[in-house]
Design a protein around this ligand. Structure first.
Ligand code: 6GU
Length: 269
């Protein structure tokens, strides 16, 4: 069982994402626990403000640190998450890279590090999310995601109150919510019991370093385009060989970067 806590100013947006399909079923079956927490609940003042104008001036608003940190502390409870207070003071800008996911796992203090919450700030400045990272996160007990708005989160949150900073790619989102959906789904489906057929996980793209082979279903001929004959031949060895070759050809054509890495790892096929 992995617990996911997602801190956001738009809980209803994410609730919809987490209630449907794979994640909704996994939640119902009790193999994952996914909660959305409204950061505004932890805001103070008559207007429950979660953002404010930036010191130094400039456009846009910055998310205030108090509600976010109060929400993190409320969800993490008495068990202090490992990164808070554990990161070097004055690490400042650029600390994100060295404190990225991966480093975080080793940095976990003591043997029970894995039992503590791991707090992840979703922001475009973070370390790029990958399948490798998803695998690592799926081994945690409690993941806490903080969704920032694009304009920014007070940098003291990033520097001192989270363990890792993660981005899903080099493009701009208005906020971390869509990224939280991506990361939670990618991680949750690696939690044992979430995906029915574990074999389907092992053979997936990126797990092995190759794209997947093409899949077809009925009808055998669709608008004049037939399914490859070998797939209806009943010859399982021939089908396996065809699929392997298709994987390699596809990866070479579509993802030269993955192909180069795969060749370096496996020699040649
Ligand atoms: Cl995690 N947040 C935002 N706001 N934009 C992003 C992102 C995250 N990852 C890519 N772009």
């Amino acid at each position: 069982m992995v617990r996911f806590s997602v801190l956001t100013i738009f809980p209803e947006t994410l609730e919809a994402a987490f209630s449907a399909s794979l994640l909704g079923k996994a939640r119902e079956r009790g193999v994952v626990d996914i909660e959305t927490i409204d950061i505004r609940q932890y805001a103070a003042g008559p207007h429950l403000m979660t953002d404010d104008a930036p010191f130094g001036g400039g456009a846009g608003m910055v998310m205030k640190p108090e509600p976010i940190v109060a929400a993190i502390e409320a969800v993490v409870g008495a068990r202090k998450h490992r990164g808070t207070y554990g990161r070097k003071e004055g690490a400042g800008a650029g600390a994100g890279a060295e404190a990225g996911v991966g480093a975080g796992a080793e940095a976990g203090v003591g043997a029970d590090a894995g039992k503590r919450a791991r707090v992840i700030l979703l922001s475009p400045g973070g370390k790029r999310f990958t399948q490798e990272m998803a695998k690592e996160l799926a081994r945690e007990r409690h993941l806490v995601f903080v969704c920032g708005r694009y304009e920014g989160v007070d940098d003291r949150v990033r520097a001192h109150f989270v363990d890792d900073e993660v981005s899903i790619g080099d493009y701009v989102l208005g906020g971390g919510e869509a990224a939280a959906w991506v990361v939670v789904e990618a991680v949750a489906r690696l939690v044992p019991g979430v995906v029915g057929n574990a074999a389907s996980i092992d053979s997936e793209s990126f797990v092995e370093g190759l794209l997947e082979y093409p899949q077809y279903t009925r009808p055998r001929v669709f608008r004049g385009r037939a399914v490859p004959d070998v797939l209806v031949s009943g010859d399982h060895a021939a089908i396996a060989k065809w699929r392997r070759e298709a994987q390699i050809a596809r990866t070479k054509a579509e993802r030269a970067d993955l192909y180069a890495r795969w060749i370096a790892k496996c020699g040649k096929d």
